[in-house]
Design a protein around this ligand. Structure first.
Ligand SMILES: Nc1nc2c(ncn2[C@@H]2O[C@H](COP(=O)(O)OP(=O)(O)OP(=O)(O)O)[C@@H](O)[C@H]2O)c(=O)[nH]1
Ligand SMILES: [Mg+2]
Length: 331
């Protein structure tokens, strides 16, 4: 045990030893985690505490269900908007704070690990597109909810949120990546061209280095870039101080690989209030399908204003569209 633990921590530990109910024990463990100095010398203790907090929470939840054992839970998050981006990462890295900073959601945020227990969606807006960000419970060596990988696998993209105030951030990030890989969910900076193993689901991911405002964050960011730079794009942000959040939102949007198309009726101005979104590389026909199912059959041609065409050029159904094109569909 490290000798330099502060007296408040030792007091909380004493109270933990004397506590009776599971709820009280959990309360004391959280207190201990908050009071514990976070550095290399306390890594083992931090890990022990995480494990105990996780177990104490499970115990309380099992008590609630009355089964004496944790009920098997599973979640589905209905998609909303132009795409779904999931937040993954080690406990306490600030995933929920990041969600709260980028979206309308109000998730639970706390200074101890294992706060988030179920998926929490929120809607973000970038350019004029709304897309969904989903906060998830953490992935760590001590703890991982098996259903989390199911949600990550079916998402369009991922943000791996890591903690620039944590000396152990590289191992913590590797553990999160490993936990997902164990359930054949591979976080990657770039999607592979050839997929050899179809069982493995690759999820295109950007690393979000959160808590850029904390002491020593710059040095840790350097280490992080050295270690993960070749594998992931890395964006340093502070959810708390609202630093570089637009860069993060832009990166999340770019991960979706979509383009915006504005439609118009003949003789009328384009509707710039709400674009349709289609995957990059989509054609006029793909857009028509998005606008109305019947149009797939009846579409004859389109007129396009935008990239690679002259104003209002008539194009065929297989014409490839570009971001911010204006399209008039003719059936
Ligand atoms: N200094 C600083 N603290 C932050 C920042 N973002 C979050 N925090 C703090 O970090 C702690 C954990 O934040 P959460 O958002 O609950 O972290 P989480 O990753 O959702 O945690 P789990 O749900 O337990 O996995 C809280 O005390 C936050 O206030 C930040 O940008 N800077
Ligand atoms: Mg959380």
């Amino acid at each position: 045990m490290p000798a330099n633990l502060p007296p408040q921590y030792l007091k909380a530990e004493d109270a933990y030893r004397k506590s009776g109910s599971s709820a009280e024990r959990l309360e004391r463990l959280r207190e201990m985690f908050v009071l514990l100095p976070k550095h290399k010398g306390t890594e083992k203790l931090q890990s022990d505490l995480k494990q105990k907090i996780s177990r104490a929470r499970d115990e309380i939840e099992a008590g609630k269900t009355g089964s004496g054992k944790k009920a098997g839970v599973s979640y589905r998050v209905p998609r909303d908007g132009a795409g779904q981006v999931v937040l993954v990462g080690p406990p306490n890295s600030g995933k929920s704070s990041f969600l709260a900073a980028l979206t309308n959601a109000k998730p639970e945020i706390a200074a101890y690990p294992f706060t988030t227990r179920s998926p929490q969606p929120g809607m973000a807006t970038w350019k004029d597109v709304r897309f969904q960000i989903v906060d998830l419970p953490p992935a760590s060596a001590e703890f991982f909810e098996p259903w989390v990988s199911g949600i990550v696998r079916s998402a369009d993209a991922g943000l791996l949120v890591v903690d620039l105030s944590d000396d152990d951030l590289i191992d913590a990030a590797e553990s999160a990546i490993k936990r997902l890989a164990e359930s054949r969910t591979e976080l990657v900076g770039e999607l592979p061209c050839d997929v050899e193993d179809e069982v493995v689901q690759h999820v295109k991911t950007v690393m979000i280095a959160n808590k850029a405002d904390s002491d020593g964050a710059e040095v840790r960011l350097e280490m992080l870039r050295e270690w993960f730079g070749p594998r992931f794009p890395i964006i340093s942000v502070s959810s708390q101080n609202e630093l570089a959040l637009d860069d993060a939102k832009a990166a999340a949007y770019d991960l979706l690989g979509i383009i915006r198309i504005y439609t118009k009726l003949p003789g009328k101005p384009a509707d710039y209030s709400r674009p349709f979104t289609v995957p990059e590389g989509s054609t006029v026909l793909d857009l028509a399908r998005e606008v109305h199912r019947d149009l797939e059959q009846s579409l004859k041609f389109a007129k396009v204003w935008g990239t690679g065409v002259f104003e209002g050029q008539t194009v065929k159904r297989d014409h490839e569209l570009h971001d911010a094109d204006v399209v008039e569909l003719h059936a």
